[in-house]
Write a protein that binds this ligand. Structure first.
Ligand SMILES: [Zn+2]
Length: 506
C-alpha cells in the first residue's frame, strides 16, 4: 500500500496590516486534525464549517479513492485555514510548522505529501513561509518523496518554493469556485505519479507585473481568452496542468508579480515552451487596468439614484480600501461616516470591527441606548474612530466570527464584530436579524466572493475607495528588485524573470 499524507496550512496575508494573525484566528476558522479532518474531507463531511462544504482536501481524497486503484491510502495530518489578515506572528507560524513536521513524523513512512496552501501567506521572520513549510516537509520525507501543492490564483511564486515541489496546481477561477476541482486534479497527478503512470516535470516564469488583466475575473473578456488557451493546452496528453497566478497585491515580496507555471509528463522542453507562451499572453493584457473607484459621498449618491435596483433588491457596496477578504482589519469608518451624513432615507447595513465595543455591549438588552466610538483602534495611522449614537439590536456568538452585535443608528444598522469583519455572505447580517431584502444598501468587505453569495439579493455592485490597506496602489511603496508594471515603465518581462529564476541572461 502506498501512503500519501495530506494537510492544509493556508492564509492570504496582507503585509500592510499591523494586525498580526495568531493561532486563534486559525482555530476560529478551520483547525482540524487526524480522523476529524479525514471525516470532514470525506463524502459526508463539511470541510470548512460555515463557508465551503468541499474544498481542496475533499478533492484530493476523491482523487485517491477514484484513481488510486485501492493501492493508495490517504493519511490525514491537519488542516489550518484563517480569514485573511496581517502576517502570521513568529509564534503562530512556528507552531504550525512544528505541528506539520511532528504529525508527519508520527504518521510513519509516506510515498507522497499533498499540501493545500494559499501561496501568499506571510509570516514575521520569513521571506516565504510556504517555501519554509515545504523545506520542513522535505527535511522529514527526503528528496525522493513526491510533494504536490494546490495554490490560490493569487499565490506569489519564488524559486525556493517552486523548485522544491513536484506538482503545483493553482485555482482557475476568479471569484474562486474550483477548490474541489483543483484539489482533485492536483491529487490525480500525484496519484498517477506514485503509480508510475506519469513523471511530472515543470517550468515557470515570473513577470514584473503586479496589476493588469482588467477586473481579472475569469469569465470576462480580458482574461477569458487566456483561460481558454490554458484549457486548449491541456488537451495535449503530455500537458498535466497549466496555472497562471495574478499575484496578491498586498504582498511585500521584492519580486512580486504575476507568474505562469506548467506541469508536463516527462517533457521539460514542452513545459518551458508553454510557460513562456503563457507569460507572453499575460504580458499582453498588462495595460488593462482595474477601474478606479468613487469615494464615499459619490457612492451614497449613486445608491440613491439606483431606485429600481433598490426596489427589486439591494445595492452591494464593497469598501474596496478595507477588504477583510484581502487582509484588512475591517475597522475603517470613512464609508460609515459618509453614509451616516448623507444616507438619510436609505436603509443601510454596515459592518465594522471593534472588539472593545463588542466586549462592552455584548448581551445588553435590546433597545438600550448606546453612545460609543467605533473603529480606528487597531491601525490608527490609517483608520479613524467614529462617534456613534444608537440603540442595541442584537448580540450573537458563533458562526466563525466570534462575538458580534448589531446596533440601530437610525437609517444605518451597524454590525460590530470582535474578530475580522468578514461581511461577505447575507448570513453576516441575517444571523443578527437584519434581512438584506429590506436594505437599500449592504456594505461588504469582500473583493469578489460576495458577488456569488449575494447573487439573489444584489441588483447593482459599487466599489468604494476609502483609503486603506487594500487600495490597488498600496504595494507601490515596496522596494521591488525590478521595475514593475504599472508603477514603472517596463518594456520587456524577460530580464526580470531570468534574474528571479536565477537563469543567466542571454
Ligand atoms: Zn485568491
Amino acid at each position: 500500500m502506498l501512503r500519501i499524507a495530506y494537510a492544509r496550512v493556508a492564509q492570504e496575508s496582507n503585509a500592510f496590516s499591523p494586525v498580526l494573525t495568531e493561532l486563534l484566528d486559525f482555530e476560529r476558522c478551520h483547525f482540524h486534525e487526524g480522523a476529524d479532518l479525514h471525516h470532514r474531507c470525506g463524502p459526508k463531511g463539511q470541510e470548512v464549517v460555515d463557508w465551503i462544504k468541499n474544498a481542496e482536501l475533499s478533492g484530493f481524497r476523491r482523487a485517491v479513492s477514484k484513481l488510486g486503484r485501492g493501492q493508495i491510502e490517504a493519511v490525514p495530518l491537519f488542516g489550518a485555514w484563517a480569514i485573511p489578515g496581517g502576517p502570521l506572528s513568529v509564534t503562530c507560524f512556528s507552531t504550525l510548522r512544528d505541528k506539520l513536521t511532528a504529525m508527519l513524523k508520527a504518521a510513519g513512512p509516506v510515498d507522497g505529501v499533498f499540501l493545500s496552501m494559499h501561496g501568499a501567506m506571510m509570516a514575521q521572520g520569513s521571506d516565504d513561509p510556504e517555501a519554509d513549510l515545504v523545506d520542513a516537509v522535505r527535511a522529514v520525507v527526503g528528496p525522493d518523496v513526491k510533494i504536490a501543492v494546490s495554490l490560490d490564483l493569487h499565490a506569489q511564486l519564488h524559486g525556493r518554493f517552486v523548485d522544491n515541489v513536484d506538482v503545483l496546481c493553482g485555482y482557475r477561477t476568479n471569484p474562486h469556485r474550483d477548490h474541489v476541482r483543483v484539489g482533485f486534479r492536483c491529487g490525480s497527478i500525484l496519484v498517477a505519479a506514485l503509480l508510475g503512470e506519469v513523471a511530472p516535470t515543470s517550468a515557470w516564469r515570473s513577470l514584473p507585473l503586479i496589476c493588469g488583466g482588467g477586473t481579472t475575473i475569469d469569465f470576462l473578456p480580458t482574461m477569458r481568452p487566456i483561460y481558454r488557451w490554458m484549457k486548449r493546452a491541456e488537451r495535449d496528453p503530455r500537458v498535466l496542468y497549466v496555472s497562471l497566478f495574478n499575484a496578491h497585491l498586498w504582498n511585500d515580496s521584492p519580486d512580486l508579480g504575476w507568474a505562469s507555471h506548467v506541469v508536463t509528463d516527462n517533457d521539460p522542453a514542452l513545459a518551458e515552451r508553454l510557460a513562456e507562451e503563457l507569460a507572453d499572453l499575460l504580458w499582453s493584457v498588462r495595460h488593462e487596468q482595474p477601474p478606479t473607484f468613487p469615494e464615499g459621498h459619490e457612492v451614497v449618491a449613486m445608491v440613491r439614484q439606483a431606485r429600481l435596483q433598490r426596489m427589486l433588491g439591494t445595492v452591494c457596496v464593497c469598501d474596496a480600501s478595507d477588504i477583510v477578504g484581502c487582509g484588512a482589519a475591517g475597522e475603517n469608518t470613512r464609508l460609515l461616516a459618509s453614509i451616516l451624513e448623507q444616507g438619510q432615507g436609505l436603509t443601510c447595513f454596515v459592518p465594522v470591527r471593534d472588539a472593545e465595543v463588542v466586549d462592552a455591549l455584548f448581551g445588553h438588552p435590546v433597545g438600550e441606548r448606546v453612545s460609543v466610538h467605533v473603529g480606528g483602534k487597531l491601525h490608527p495611522e490609517v483608520n479613524t474612530p467614529l462617534r456613534i449614537d444608537g440603540t442595541m439590536l442584537a448580540s450573537r456568538d458563533g458562526g466563525g466570527l466570534g462575538r458580534t452585535i448589531a446596533l440601530d443608528l437610525g437609517h444605518v444598522k451597524l454590525v460590530v464584530t470582535s474578530g475580522p469583519a468578514m461581511a461577505m455572505k447575507p448570513a453576516f447580517y441575517s444571523d443578527l436579524g437584519l434581512d438584506p431584502w429590506r436594505a437599500d444598501m449592504v456594505v461588504v468587505k469582500s473583493m469578489f466572493p460576495f458577488r456569488l453569495y449575494f447573487l439573489g439579493h444584489n441588483r447593482k455592485t459599487i466599489y468604494a475607495r476609502t483609503k486603506g490597506v487594500t487600495d490597488f496602489d498600496t504595494m507601490h511603496q515596496v522596494a521591488f528588485n525590478d521595475a514593475v508594471h504599472p508603477r514603472d515603465l517596463v518594456e520587456h518581462w524577460r530580464p526580470a524573470d531570468r534574474r528571479r529564476r536565477g537563469v543567466p541572461t542571454a
